[in-house]
Design a protein. Sequence first.
Length: 275
Amino acid sequence: MEPEPSPETIIEAELVENVPSYEINLKRDSESNIGEIQIFIKEKTNEIVYEKIISKNDDFWNEIKNKFQNDFNVFYVVLESALIKKTNNNLYSEIIIEDFVIPKLKIELHYTSELFGFKINIFLTKQKEKIDILKEENYDLKKRVESLEKKVESLCKIVDIMGPQYMRSIIGADKIYANYNFLGTISSNALGNSKLEKLIPGYSGAPTEPVEYLDELIGCEKSHSTNGRFLIKGKKMEWDSNTSDPRGGQNPPDALVWSKTSWELIKKEKQWVID
């Protein structure tokens, strides 16, 4: 007698659902006349919180308001019914993870009836954590500091360039350099009997190339024609009698040199570090 075949070993597979569970929180800024709705959804497994803030002024509300009788209060009631109470069989919602790279949730809000129905997508983004907020604030602060540093650097350059010009204006010497060496090649706009000439005695015109004019003046300050030099001794300036004109003889420094040296003296005494 042959032995009976042994019964087959059957293992029943259990269906393991890996569906995330969520905790939903719905807030409004007023009980009666709602102006803003806040939706918070917490994914319980990894504790990530997603958020969406909707106000009456949002483009999103303007796109969907016709489905809610243009009434923001009605919209809140529908959200509360679909997300929290879940008492209306014709109204339900689905929560879908939309993007795995940048965490984002999508709420699909469904309403079905014999005559009317709709589906609305509401996207929620990951709520910023404190570290993210601090990083953004630090980045913004860094950019502001960099911008401020550039402005301060530019301001120092302006002050250091205009300082000698101001010193020359004190002694009324700046206008004599309108024809100083090659400065005479810079075109000038003589306004003649204009109102400006009547207001400013002795006004004869203004260079139409002010940038080049200023650059030439700065160049003259660095390499003047007389080779004269002032020495700074304490709080005073003295002409260096040892400097001489290459063509022979001794020449005193001109107003360009005086203004540059006097400005350096003022910065030294006032302790203005603007170089």
